[in-house]
Design a binder for this molecule. Structure first.
Ligand code: GTQ
Ligand code: FE2
Length: 364
């Protein structure tokens, strides 16, 4: 082709792109590589929020912001700096620190996004879930499935702190968010005569399975709304006794079906043995970890994150992650893996070698 013919073609091509843009059409061939990536390219980045930073700020919020003025919840959301200002821990997951002062109540509401609570510190609080008051103690997991009324009541004199995990970003991406306040101004549900009804009814079945996202997938949430730390710890101890693996992973499951606790979210506890280091694994789907007991570090895509009790960190989809514990450590884990599994697109890969550490994360 002569250079003038080439120039002619270029001008025609520019005109084509202009004309396409003017009528809201986009040529795939110019953006294929951004859209169809060989592996997931989450915009969320590995990140950690330390308890030492979060707790004093949460205490200031307790002093300054009555729970009614905090949009009914006193919640500090983990805002991943990779997400351009969205208040999400990862593209598909909401993670937050929620706190209630003595005698405070966060009034009842319901929404299509489902939530889990994992208690870090304090006593005296219960969450009422569709009329069932579930008492909360450190290490307990409490479920508030989609469209269940829920309020949080602090009947005691201590401050209470817990981790909230929600599928809100997923439900938002699907344009499926509905929300409703409980009828009656600033109301909570009536306190039932007896607390912990689901626990008395369902505590008998299999509530834990080995592994992390092994539960079958199901569109139904668990009818058991609270899993006690004493039971979780006993399950971890039992599995640890018969094994010398660096990692003991136990998933919380629906006792009637063996499915993940919520249709969208799986919860697990990873116990890392003292002095052990787990193999490096990549998984599709996002995860938020909450350190509960013990201390250690995780290498995420080559960067070392040191953690201790109350710290929270994000492992975005397909990031390589491995954990090491100084003393025995228990990490609570929230993932969206049930969704990927339900769609038949879940993947996981163990790396042949430990990662080399190329940097250390400095929490703010
Ligand atoms: O406790 O009901 O972190 O509705 C975000 C949204 C907690 C809650 C969050 C919520 C709640
Ligand atoms: Fe809520």
């Amino acid at each position: 082709m002569t250079s003038s013919a080439q120039a002619h073609d270029d001008a025609e091509l520019d005109a084509l792109y202009r004309d396409l843009a003017a009528v809201d059409l986009r040529p795939l061939w110019t953006i294929t590589e951004q859209l169809l990536t060989p592996t997931p390219r989450p915009r969320a980045i590995p990140w950690l929020w330390s308890a030492a930073t979060m707790k004093p700020l949460a205490r200031r919020a307790i002093q300054l912001v009555p729970v009614e003025r905090g949009g009914e919840r006193r919640v500090l959301s983990l805002q991943n700096p990779g997400l351009g200002g969205k208040p999400y821990a990862a593209g598909s997951l909401w993670g937050a620190l929620q706190c209630l002062g003595p005698r405070e109540t966060a009034p009842a509401h319901r929404h299509t996004p489902g939530a889990v609570r994992w208690v870090l510190e304090g006593e005296g609080v219960w969450t009422t879930v569709n009329g069932d008051a579930c008492d909360m103690h450190p290490g307990d997991l409490v479920l508030t499935p989609s469209w269940n009324w829920h309020d949080h009541v602090n009947g005691g004199d201590s401050e209470m702190f817990w981790f909230d995990g929600l599928d809100l970003p997923m439900i938002d991406a699907l344009d499926g968010v509905f929300f409703e306040e409980y009828p009656g101004p600033g109301e909570s549900q009536p306190e039932p005569a007896e607390h912990n009804t689901s626990e008395r009814t369902h505590a008998g079945g299999t509530r834990y399975v080995e592994g992390e996202v092994e539960g079958v997938v199901s569109p139904t949430a668990s009818p058991l709304l609270v899993y006690r730390w004493a039971d979780t710890a006993a399950e971890l101890d039992r599995r640890a006794a018969g094994s010398d693996e660096p990692l003991i992973a136990v998933e919380y499951v629906n006792p009637t079906t063996g499915a993940s606790v919520l249709p969208t979210l799986a919860c697990a506890v990873h116990r890392v043995r003292a002095g052990a280091r787990t193999p490096a694994v990549r998984r599709s789907g996002n995860a938020v970890y909450v350190a509960f007991q013990g201390s250690g570090s995780s290498v995420i895509d080559g960067q070392r994150f040191d953690w201790g009790p109350g710290d929270m960190f994000v492992v975005p989809s397909w990031s390589a992650v491995e954990h090491a514990a100084d003393e025995q450590a228990d990490l609570f884990l929230l993932t969206d893996a049930p969704v990927l599994r339900a769609l038949g697109i879940y993947r996981q890969e163990t790396l042949p070698e430990p990662q080399s550490v190329t940097g250390v994360f400095l929490p703010r």
